[in-house]
Design a protein around this ligand. Structure first.
Ligand code: MLT
Length: 410
């Protein structure tokens, strides 16, 4: 008899963005003439920058030549890319990272999901609430969640750290001891940030409690404020307590190309049952080499071009385009009388719904009356109830039209 991993039965409904797609598909079928504007999932709309395209064309041609052809590459990524990451993302900010602390992959979603493999199922997991659903669901799948409580919308063994307007979206330390702490800053979904001082407190907390911070920095390219760290390693002591996830998806428009990386410093240890230290870098390397055969050569050359002078310029233009969209959404909604958060160091705008309106009710109303798709806050966790997320990743024309339609809603 084939037995299943019963942890999967603890998962709630379908994956959030799959549920939304299904609802939109049903609506479209019933209303084929409606022009729907999608500001739901954080998917980019600007085409791949020319410098990146040129690098891909060149690499593709190389693959067709006997002398340049490449088969399997190093599982951790080619040195040409890891060196660029080290120099541009870290050295330039005064952070010393070795290339063998960088692992190139096909996406931060996969990295965030796969990282749980190297940790004991006994670890207590803390997530901010609302949260990017991948952190929670992958811990449910791997057996760290316990049972789901319908009344609270929470799993019994997960520690939820509310981040709402009540605490100005700054997470407070959990009352009970936790081992794995997920932090995503600039935050998905709220679009809010932590200052260096605030993040320092979390690093100190993790050190004191022998906990690890799983730091998702997928949206760092959107930071404009000086006081907001781009990498957790800008914070003293972070190399001893944090793994960082980075992505080319939102930075360089790679949602369809797929390339990301994870940083695991050699100073970072986990512990065996007997309290012996084990380098997490070694464990991850072992896992990565066994389960992953590397990102394609062409894609890694594309990622390398992100760091060229031309690439940087073109990418900055795209980021500014999305940031302007986020501002259009923020200002437009404020004019319409909504209370709005995020949208400044982030592509995401987090909207407080009026008069106790429920997130999914607003989703339905927005789809029906304005033909605009957003993401219901409660889909990111119970503390997201009464909130709603819109993204700046659409086209400018669609963003402006969507805001006009929302303003005109009754
Ligand atoms: C989001 O909309 O939250 C993200 O695009 C999802 C993702 O990056 O996987």
């Amino acid at each position: 008899m084939i037995k299943i991993n019963e942890n999967f039965l603890e998962l709630q409904d379908s994956y959030l963005f799959a549920t939304i797609s299904k609802k939109v598909a049903e609506f479209t079928k019933e209303n084929p003439n409606c022009k729907i504007i999608k500001l739901g999932i954080g998917d980019v709309t600007r085409p791949i920058p020319q410098a990146v395209l040129d690098a891909m064309h060149k690499a593709t041609d190389e693959m067709g030549k006997q002398e340049d052809f490449r088969g399997y590459g190093p599982e951790q990524g080619y040195d040409f890319l890891r060196e660029k990451i080290r120099d541009n993302d870290y050295k330039s900010r005064g952070v010393d990272i070795d290339i063998d602390e960088i692992f190139v992959s096909d996406g931060a979603k996969c990295d965030c999901g796969n990282i749980v493999d190297i940790f004991s199922t006994d670890n207590k997991v803390a997530i901010t609430d609302p949260v990017y659903p991948v952190y929670l669901d992958t811990n449910v799948m791997s057996g760290r969640s316990g049972n789901y409580d319908d009344k609270t919308g929470k799993y019994e063994n997960i520690v939820y750290i509310p981040v709402t307007s009540k605490n100005n979206f700054v997470p407070e330390f959990p009352k009970e001891k936790v081992d794995m702490i997920y932090l995503c800053y600039p935050n998905n979904p709220t679009g809010t940030t932590l200052t260096k001082k605030e993040l320092q407190q979390w690093v100190d907390y993790a050190k004191e409690n022998k906990a690890i911070i799983l730091f998702d920095a997928a949206y760092e390219a959107f930071i404009s404020d000086e006081d907001v760290p781009h990498s957790i390693y800008e914070i003293d002591g972070a190399k001893e307590v944090a793994i960082e996830f980075r992505s080319f998806s939102k930075t360089a428009g790679f949602t369809g190309l797929r390339c990301a990386f994870i940083v695991i410093p050699k100073e970072l240890n986990g512990y065996t049952e007997n309290g012996e230290k084990v380098q997490l870098n070694k464990l991850w390397n072992r896992r990565h080499c066994t389960k992953f055969n590397g990102v394609s050569y062409v894609t890694q050359r594309a990622a390398e071009a992100v760091y060229s002078a031309e690439g940087k310029k073109q990418i900055e233009e795209n980021i500014n385009y999305y940031k302007e969209n986020a501002q259009i959404i923020k200002k437009g909604l404020e004019e319409a009388g909504y209370t709005v958060y995020g949208g400044t160091n982030s592509p995401y705008v987090w909207l407080k719904l009026p008069d106790g309106t429920k997130s999914w009710d607003f989703f339905d109303k927005l789809l029906k009356e304005a033909n605009v798709v957003g993401t219901p806050g409660v889909g990111f966790g119970p503390s997201g109830e009464g909130y709603f997320r819109l993204t700046g990743f659409g086209t400018k024309e669609n963003t402006e039209e969507a805001i006009e339609r929302i303003k005109n809603m009754k």
